[in-house]
Design a protein around this ligand. Structure first.
Ligand SMILES: *[C@@H]1O[C@H](CO)[C@@H](O)[C@H](O)[C@H]1NC(C)=O
Ligand SMILES: *[C@@H]1O[C@H](CO)[C@@H](O)[C@H](O)[C@H]1NC(C)=O
Ligand SMILES: *[C@@H]1O[C@H](CO)[C@@H](O)[C@H](O)[C@H]1NC(C)=O
Ligand SMILES: *[C@@H]1O[C@H](CO)[C@@H](O)[C@H](O)[C@H]1NC(C)=O
Ligand SMILES: *[C@@H]1O[C@H](CO)[C@@H](O)[C@H](O)[C@H]1NC(C)=O
Length: 409
């Protein structure tokens, strides 16, 4: 070094530079080592495990922080147009043959997103049933049902799901509510089912509120009902302000729900006067955070790790959720880019996540019911919007019991 340092400044720099770089490298290495030593993986608290899991946590698999798909399917456009043939959907899953039947059936048909309507209600949201003018229901109730559940549907029609003008506490005029039931196919061709199609047709003639699509009505096909409903909604009822989506074994305090929604709507309209935002992104329900997929193969919610890794995005319990009509249209669009998932409420969570939104928690949605001791008490229902689960008989009793709730409590 001695010789070079006697020379001019530029050479001095050239000599010093490697020294400095070595120094930096040393510091970098030391910092890296320090960081590695002191690094602890961020803790996530699991508040909830997707239903059906056994008490022991041994079935829980390790998971990364972000959820990601762990399935490689051969996606090709050919498949989409060739739904019923299984030839193009051979999944690259090593353990495919060891999966439970329903998982296999799901994977084989998960690229199919179009099924024909067997029973339609094109006039549901039209004024007058004949004109092309669209009505604007405040609330469209879309209730997932199955062919055989005649009693549930009838109890709902007679109680909380009544179509027409519904009065709500603070709204004098009442608000327009429309109700449709979402069904797939259940007859001898889809399993050991008695053929009830004729009865269903009769029911539909009388009430005109059935939507039925031509796919097997199974647990893992429930997501299809959301997808099919969004398509239908866009075509036949796009002006509805809010959508309730739920099961046929819940009880909804429709008047209280309308009250709540009316407030949201008024606030939104005030807000809209100041901004140019037209759409309203409302999604409420009983929100479940950090749920793990169920890894217990014997349960009906079982999702193998080879199919989905990681925690679920925040989602709302599927007993019943409410979202705005404009969000329903956005969900329809985004769902075209979100791969189908067999558990419907989780799939909704995925779509919401994909839109950059998150579901809002509302304490009035009790998908896990009231505490047992309170179930018979009228006043316990005062802050309830939805409660799961109630049989048709219980719906009728509860409906009567809650008629004069506001004067009693
Ligand atoms: C049906 O349309 C006619 C004419 O457009 C209107 O006078 C009538 O009030 C409508 N009926 C209902 C039930 O909306
Ligand atoms: C609507 O019109 C169809 C025929 O055009 C009729 O069969 C049906 O009963 C009508 N529904 C209502 C609610 O008026
Ligand atoms: C869903 O329905 C389709 C069409 O009927 C059927 O091919 C598929 O097996 C069903 N999937 C499940 C999981 O039952
Ligand atoms: C709202 O839209 C109008 C026209 O569409 C435009 O002139 C106005 O600047 C917009 N206001 C805001 C706050 O973006
Ligand atoms: C209203 O509540 C009272 C008790 O405060 C009860 O006796 C009455 O039967 C209720 N009426 C209806 C219609 O449920």
């Amino acid at each position: 070094m001695g010789k070079c340092c006697k020379c001019n400044g530029r050479l001095l720099c050239m000599c010093l530079l490697p020294c400095m770089m070595t120094g930096h490298l040393l510091i970098y290495v030391m910092v890296s080592i320090f960081v590695t030593i002191s690094y602890a993986p961020p803790k996530i608290t699991i508040h909830y495990i997707a239903p059906g899991i056994s008490d022991s946590n041994s079935a829980l698999a390790s998971h990364p922080l972000g959820p990601f798909w762990n399935l490689r399917l051969e996606d090709s456009d050919e498949c989409v147009s060739d739904c019923m043939s299984h030839k193009c959907s051979v999944p690259h899953m090593q353990d495919f043959n060891s999966l439970p039947e329903q998982m296999k059936a799901f994977i084989r048909s998960m690229h199919c997103r179009e099924y024909p309507l067997l029973i339609n209600q094109p006039g549901m949201c039209r004024k007058n049933n004949s004109s092309l003018d669209l009505d604007t229901p405040m609330l469209l109730m879309a209730i997932k049902s199955q062919v055989g559940n005649f009693e549930n549907r009838q109890a709902i029609r007679e109680t909380w799901g009544r179509s027409g003008l519904v009065r709500a506490g603070s709204i004098k005029k009442g608000r327009l509510v429309r109700t449709v039931f979402l069904l797939g196919r259940q007859d001898s061709s889809t399993g050991p089912h008695p053929d009830l199609q004729n009865l269903l047709d009769l029911e539909n003639e009388k009430y005109g509120d059935i939507l039925q699509w031509d796919f097997r009505d199974t647990f893992f096909n429930l997501t299809l009902k959301d997808l099919m409903f969004w398509n239908w909604f866009q075509q036949y009822c796009p002006t509805a302000i809010f959508v309730f989506k739920g099961d046929d074994d819940v009880f909804v305090r429709t008047d209280a729900l309308l009250d709540y929604l009316n407030k949201q709507w008024e606030e939104h309209n005030l807000w809209r006067a100041y901004t140019n935002e037209t759409g309203m992104d409302l999604f409420v329900g009983e929100v479940i955070n950090n749920a793990m997929p169920n890894r217990e193969p014997s349960t009906k919610y079982y999702i193998p790790e080879s199919f989905y890794k990681g925690v679920y995005p925040p989602y709302a319990g599927g007993g019943g959720v409410v979202y705005s009509g404009s969000l329903a249209l956005r969900l329809k669009e985004v769902s075209e880019r979100v791969r189908l998932f067999p558990i419907d409420d989780v799939y909704l969570g995925m779509c919401i996540h994909r839109l950059g939104l998150s579901p809002n928690h509302h304490p009035g949605f009790l998908t896990f019911d009231l505490p047992e001791k309170d179930r018979g008490k009228t006043c316990a229902y005062k802050s309830v919007l939805l409660v799961h689960r109630r049989s048709p008989k219980q719906m009728l009793t509860l409906w009567k019991q809650l008629q004069n709730l506001s004067s009693q409590c």
